[in-house]
Design a protein around this ligand. Structure first.
Ligand code: ATP
Length: 135
């Protein structure tokens, strides 16, 4: 089966690098499925899971938004943070979720902090979903 090279990169370094059969990512415009030979494009990503299909298995990487760059033989995902399911600290994500929920309840007046808390909540829920494979 044909494959495409995928790299997931953050400011801390590479998180994932492999040849896969398909990449599924949540762009801001909707879900994208990328196969080898896909036309070149760049798309902003949502906070979400990137699914990497290889030899009948699907690996999940939690990404906190970022950019997806597609070339016919290579997909690059640049994100501020990204974790493989096995690297996610569930307790930390649960604590982050609780903190964000509390802020959303108490800081409704302040628009900037409210948006920050919403994004923190989305990141935490995304990490928990990736560990539970509920997607
Ligand atoms: P927290 O409030 O727990 O720091 P956060 O969503 O604000 O969560 P980020 O700013 O997205 O955290 O990430 C900061 C760094 O910590 C990144 O390197 C990210 O990969 C890592 N990280 C954040 N949460 C977790 C987690 N639950 N498990 C493993 N790594 C995490």
């Amino acid at each position: 089966m044909k494959t495409i090279k995928v790299s997931v990169v953050t400011p801390d370094g590479p998180v994932y690098e492999s040849d896969v059969e398909m990449v599924i990512a949540k762009a801001q415009s909707g879900e994208l499925g990328i196969l080898p030979g896909h036309i070149s494009m760049v798309a902003p990503l949502q906070i979400g899971a990137v699914r990497l299909k290889k030899e009948g298995k699907t690996e999940l990487v939690a990404v906190s938004g970022g950019l997806l760059e597609v070339r016919p033989d290579q997909v690059t995902i640049l994100a501020q943070a990204a974790e493989l399911a096995t690297e996610i600290d569930v307790d930390r994500a649960l604590r982050a979720k609780e903190r964000a929920e509390q802020r959303l309840h108490t800081q409704k007046q302040d628009h900037v902090d409210f948006r920050r808390a919403e994004l923190a909540l989305q990141r935490a829920i995304n990490r928990l979903s990736v560990t539970e494979r509920k997607l």
